[in-house]
Design a binder for this molecule. Sequence first.
Ligand SMILES: Cc1cc2nc3c(=O)[nH]c(=O)nc-3n(C[C@H](O)[C@H](O)[C@H](O)COP(=O)(O)OP(=O)(O)OC[C@H]3O[C@@H](n4cnc5c(N)ncnc54)[C@H](O)[C@@H]3O)c2cc1C
Length: 438
Amino acid sequence: MSISRRELFKLVGVGAVSASILSKPTFAAAERVGKMGAMLPPPKGNRVVICGGGWAGLTIAKYLKKENPNIDVVLIEKRTHFFSCPISNPWLAGLVSLDFLSHDYNQPAAKYGYRFVNGVVLGIERDKKRVYTNKGYIEYNYLVLAPGIRYNYSPWFKDDREMANFARINYPPAYIPGSEHLALKRKIEEFEKGDFVIVVPPAPYRCPPASYERAVMIAEVFKRNNVDGKVIILDPKGDIAPKGPGFRAAYEQVYLGIVEYVPNATIKEVDPVKKIIKTTAGDFKFTDANLSPPHQAGELVWMADLIAKDKDGRPTGWADQDPITFQAKADPNVFLVGDVISGVPYPKSGHMANSQGKIVAKIIANRIAGKEFKPPLPDNTCYSMVNGSPQEAIVVSATYEVKDGKIEARARTINERSKPLADATYEWARAMYKDMFS
Ligand SMILES: Cc1cc2nc3c(=O)[nH]c(=O)nc-3n(C[C@H](O)[C@H](O)[C@H](O)COP(=O)(O)OP(=O)(O)OC[C@H]3O[C@@H](n4cnc5c(N)ncnc54)[C@H](O)[C@@H]3O)c2cc1C
């Protein structure tokens, strides 16, 4: 296969970066990818390759097979097992075990008959309809990109990658599942005294209430361990949202003196070495922290060159897809699903990714069958734990409708915390895991 130097860099997701700053090993890696053989024989019928086995990708794989068992469905995921971000906050406070959050990829693949490839997607060539993985390339008829998010440290550290890495390792955001969550749990358990700062990323970002719920769960551990410490939330927003009154009541009634909420705290400077954060609401010195930089669509959308542009032609950071069909605007054979999407009032949530996944499975199956299909709009439900003892939660749910050509939300929030809502939180999670894994 002949492949240009520019194409090679795109394959490893560095298309926008000047070749002069790339190291020799990067070029060698790209060349290796370009020379790799096929991992699977070419598709005989219709093959749908799904990149990313998270909430969206797993749902699409299963429901595509349910729609039409003859579709050759390939799910590529780099993790060896699934770790759920939803319910990871109660887990931080020891309210559920790690088992509750962890699931295996093999069971649903075996049950529903899709291929699970435990591999890393390294490149995408849309003109050749090929996905390159560390195990070889795979050809597709339809491609789904559902890689979730990536962190964007450049507003904090410009192109100082070493500092970005230092911040990520020492003060993990824990918005991408895995080691970061384990590190955060250890930090909380070992915290002895002082200020624990949580930085809320600017919108749009994955799971808008996650940091507010996390503050509650960390405060719960401090309370239980009699820690002489405070959780300080630095929020660029002017107020807590969603479920503002519910969180505020928890901070003021259950965790008074332990949680401090600081609005309008847009980050001006972060110094993870000196442990100082400068914001528009003042400067903060921290003992330990959970530092979340801005979020963007995951790497694969950048690799595929499917990021939306603003009116000045600059990348917005999020995928450019049709709001109803999730089809990439630049490529009818590619679908962009889950947290990566833009231009719609949908929160970046697991429930939403699952709901979109079912719709996209139907859209692709009908397209393959040559049938007309009018897709419905997805829905969302999001519980947040606001008390650890006794366990109590609040909830927001939303349906969506098209009004005057625009998608609008109809949201319903219950801000009064209660035990039944805490029970419903776990029931919701069980139902979601069941939907994706059994
Ligand atoms: C603390 C926290 C709490 C949350 N709580 C809730 C909640 O209560 N309710 C709720 O609905 N949502 C919640 N969320 C949000 C939810 O986790 C996300 O919205 C959801 O995971 C998005 O699904 P996705 O499929 O778009 O991305 P993901 O679930 O992140 O899946 C993307 C997958 O792609 C894989 N991938 C990426 N790149 C590659 C590659 N190059 N090769 C192979 N694989 C790749 C990743 O490993 C990952 O498995 C929470 C999030 C956080 C951080």
